[in-house]
Ligand binder design. Structure first.
Ligand SMILES: Cc1cc2nc3c(=O)[nH]c(=O)nc-3n(C[C@H](O)[C@H](O)[C@H](O)COP(=O)(O)OP(=O)(O)OC[C@H]3O[C@@H](n4cnc5c(N)ncnc54)[C@H](O)[C@@H]3O)c2cc1C
Length: 335
């Protein structure tokens, strides 16, 4: 098959490396190479991602920047300390760049419709938040976010810190990158972070290496249908593979690419496999949506919350952090 992958983010780059070699793959990226950047805080779970990365022929260990020991969660005046069991930051930009190496990448080519790529048997919409080729999503929920990559001799923390906003409408984060650098960012549905990041930069005498940002889609796959139409198929955040509670989309994008590679001859099977794999995201989304729009009632939500907790507890290695019932309920009910 001739395959065009539109979007050189983690989903597109990973997919290019795991598709069976008999396919002819081209990648189209709207940014010029020197302007292209993997907008992200670069946090992920080392034990889990290592295996995915190995399947693409890379060694994750080579890209790790900081291995977390604990994460402080600030809830008002209170602080929870969560033990980390694999959460790291890694040089996502370098790894994605290395994954693109040796592939046929057309930089600076913005694709707006399937008609531009009629020579291909299939076109993959891996354009993330943009979802440039698939139909628009009704009532799509995307959380605006901004992030600074900073350097300073006076950084106040040496490990992960997050501060969820009241109503769980988003959170502020500090992710260490080693060598006196960090990502300081925030995402919030109502943009509550305005000014806060700039205060941090001023207070700690930070040099800004770069300012980046874009909205993160938290609508789950079940709300992002169709995944396939007129020879275009979505992979990654374009079809909602971001864990809505955390805004975590690296591993899910790679998992989605894997599901695509296994089902590329049968789009119905692909759709069903994605819906099945990410079914818990719908529950998490229902909870986040209730919080966002002030419809949250603990009694009505209890079954959903319990299944989300049990899922997180079972998936501790997957998320790289220890999940305790008391912490979970403190965070979801206090805010
Ligand atoms: C500020 C921020 C912090 C985050 N932090 C984390 C984190 O720490 N850990 C985590 O797991 N997840 C994080 N995420 C989420 C994660 O980064 C994304 O879910 C993931 O990168 C999605 O991968 P993707 O390849 O589907 O899309 P993207 O990474 O967004 O890649 C899409 C690519 O498509 C290109 N493109 C778009 N439209 C077109 C077009 N029309 N033609 C050609 N090219 C096009 C874009 O330029 C881009 O290169 C964060 C997201 C944001 C915004």
């Amino acid at each position: 098959m001739r395959v065009a992958i539109v979007g050189a983010g983690v989903a597109g780059a990973y997919l290019a490396n795991i598709l069976p070699k008999e396919h002819k793959v081209d990648i189209y990226e709207m940014k010029e190479k020197d302007k292209w950047w993997t907008v992200c805080a670069w946090g992920t779970s080392e034990p889990f991602i290592s295996e995915l990365v190995r399947k693409a022929g890379f060694k994750f260990d080579d890209y790790v920047l900081h291995r977390g020991r604990s994460m402080v969660v600030k809830i008002g005046e209170e602080e929870l300390r969560i033990k980390l069991i694999g959460l790291v930051t890694y040089d996502k930009h370098k790894l994605t760049e290395d994954m693109l190496e040796g592939h046929n990448v057309f930089w600076g080519k913005q694709i707006k419709s399937r008609e531009q790529l009629m020579d291909y048997d299939i076109v993959v919409d891996a354009t993330g938040f943009h979802r440039s080729l698939l139909p628009k999503i009704k009532d799509d929920i995307c959380i605006p976010s901004v992030e600074y990559q900073v350097r300073s001799d006076n950084l106040p923390y040496d490990d992960f810190v997050i501060k969820p906003y009241p109503g769980l409408t988003g959170y502020w984060w500090y992710f260490p990158l080693g060598d006196k650098t960090a990502h300081v960012g925030a995402g919030d549905y109502y943009g509550k972070y305005r000014g806060e990041l700039e205060n941090f930069i001023r207070d700690y005498g930070c040099e800004v290496i770069r300012k980046i940002g874009r909205p993160v889609r938290v609508s789950p796959p079940s709300r992002c249908l169709p995944f396939y139409t007129d020879g275009v198929v979505g992979v990654g955040e374009s079809i909602g593979t971001v864990y809505p509670l955390l805004g975590e989309g690296i591993i899910p994008s790679m998992q989605c690419a894997t599901i695509f590679a296994e089902n590329m001859e049968n789009m119905e099977a692909y759709t069903n496999a994605v819906l099945k794999h990410f079914s818990i995201y719908t529950k998490v989304y229902n909870f986040i949506r209730a919080k966002l729009f002030n419809n949250f009632h603990i009694v009505n939500m209890l079954p959903t919350l319990l299944s989300v907790f049990l899922y997180m507890k079972r998936s501790q290695t997957r998320y790289g952090l220890e999940v305790r019932l008391s912490d979970f309920f403190r965070i979801v009910t206090k805010l």
